[in-house]
Design a protein around this ligand. Structure first.
Ligand SMILES: [Zn+2]
Length: 340
């Protein structure tokens, strides 16, 4: 056989093989093409045999061209094979007879949910919801609430300052002053919102949620305060919840009290949560210190009032029996899904 004839036929075969491979739509078609061109009785092997009919001096060149053709056809074959395999697997994954995926229902996070529940109890008692800024001036956060400069109570607060005399409010009590400045008595407000202190352990988070309550009106007494708080805990926890007030100190109330409730976990028998006492400290309160009225132009001879501060996170922990405050803020959806 002549060299030129051999090379021309080989060129035709290569072209035909590449076309057959690229037009194979399935793995079976591709396998047929492989047998036809690369198989032991396939076209390329026929050319290997025909090499023997060539002149000796033409063999090196024709051998090289034959090897190149084999390489091209083989790699084209394996490329096509992996592409067709991928497509086949994708097709397998879609099973149109399967039922659709159900979307999970979202629900309200426990903290805003608890906050809204507490506020609505007070709304039913005649309080109005009010809000204020989270970045506060020293005046509203401390001074007008009777925390004089260098007063040791400012240390208790462990404030987070943001510069220029501004700080992240350490309590929602600031809104007391802001409201009384704008409005003549009677004032009956609850103030939900975020508050910030340098504090971080199992039961404290640097950011926590508080609800401040303030009532200023004619003839308000400590009995009104206790009655309002008693109604609140009975509604929030259970009608059998007991309450007791212990003397305490806050600069903006006089007298001041800590409020304990009968332990909602053990019913007063004593447990780990109440440290065996049967009582849980849940909030602070007191009669509005009359010095505050000077800052807002109220007449202490005309009006009196009470204030209280409720930790929302603590209330939620007690209500849902949780032992670690960080769960609220970890963003773990598995935790949140337990409370649909
Ligand atoms: Zn207990």
């Amino acid at each position: 056989m002549e060299k030129n004839e051999f090379l021309a036929e080989l060129g035709n075969l290569e072209e035909e093989a590449l076309r057959a491979i690229s037009s194979s739509g399935t793995l079976d078609e591709l396998e047929n093409a492989r047998i036809k061109f690369l198989g032991s009785k396939g076209g390329l092997n026929e050319f290997s045999k025909k090499m023997g009919t060539l002149k000796k001096e033409d063999r090196p060149e024709t051998g090289r061209v034959l090897n190149e053709a084999r390489g091209k056809i083989t790699s084209s074959f394996s490329e096509r094979a992996s592409l067709l395999k991928e497509e086949a697997e994708e097709k397998e994954q879609i099973d149109v007879t399967l039922p659709g995926r159900r979307r999970k229902m979202g629900s309200r996070h426990l903290i805003p949910k608890t906050s809204a529940e507490i506020c609505s109890i007070f709304e039913r008692m005649g309080f109005t919801i009010t809000e204020g800024p989270e970045v506060e001036t020293d005046y509203y956060n401390f001074e007008a609430l009777n925390f004089p400069p260098d007063h040791p109570s400012r240390d208790m607060q462990q404030s987070l300052f943001v510069g220029d005399g501004l700080l992240l409010r350490t309590h929602t009590s600031c809104v007391q002053i802001r409201t009384m400045e704008k409005k003549k008595p009677p004032v009956w407000i609850v103030v939900p919102g975020k508050t910030y202190r340098r504090d971080d352990d199992l039961t404290h988070s640097p950011m926590f949620n508080q609800i401040e309550g303030l009532a200023v009106d004619k003839n308000i007494t400590m009995a009104d305060l206790k009655g309002v708080l008693k109604s609140f805990v009975e509604e929030f926890f259970s009608p059998r919840t007991r309450i007791r007030l212990r003397p305490s100190f806050f600069p903006f109330t006089e007298p001041s009290a800590e409020v304990d409730i009968g332990c909602v976990i053990c019913g007063g028998k004593g447990c780990r949560i109440c440290k065996g006492t049967g009582w849980l400290e849940v909030l602070g309160c007191g009669m509005v210190n009359p010095v505050l009225y000077d800052f807002v132009g109220y007449d202490p001879e005309e009006v009196s009032g009470f204030a209280f501060g409720i930790g929302v996170d603590r209330m939620a922990m007690l209500k849902y029996n949780l032992d670690n405050i960080s769960r609220f803020y970890s963003g773990d959806a598995r935790f949140l899904r337990q409370f649909p």
